[in-house]
Design a protein. Structure first.
Length: 124
């Protein structure tokens, strides 16, 4: 997006410069045409140089991004593996805990035990 804005600015600046030259120059037609050719050539040269520089910047940034992606890919794959292991552990632990809770609940219809843990009456 930045390159498009720069290109648009360069082209717009060149057109404004040409228009100003046409309006404010008290030159003859031949001199004016020569001046416009020179200005257009200069603008085209500047545009070409700017595009080359920006193209190199884009290429460099792209190469950096590719290198970063290559470096981070193994880390991301390892993290995914660790998360998968955790998921399997959690699923197993959940099943185990569910089984233990069901054992504790059981199908028993006995009354709850007093806090001491025994339902034997103490003979006094």
């Amino acid at each position: 997006m930045e390159q498009k804005n720069l290109l648009f600015g360069v082209v717009a600046g060149a057109l404004v410069g040409v228009g100003a030259a046409l309006l404010f120059t008290p030159k003859s037609g031949e001199d004016l045409r020569e001046s416009l050719k020179s200005g257009a050539s200069s603008s085209a040269s500047n545009l070409t140089t700017t595009l080359k520089v920006k193209g190199q910047e884009v290429k460099s940034n792209t190469e950096e991004l590719i290198q970063l992606a290559k470096e981070i890919t193994p880390v991301v794959k390892e993290a995914i593996g660790v998360v998968q292991e955790w998921k399997e552990m959690i699923v197993g632990a959940k099943a185990e805990l569910t089984g233990e809770v069901n054992k504790l609940k059981g199908p028993s219809t006995t009354t709850s035990l007093p806090e001491g843990g025994s339902n034997h009456s103490a003979a006094l």
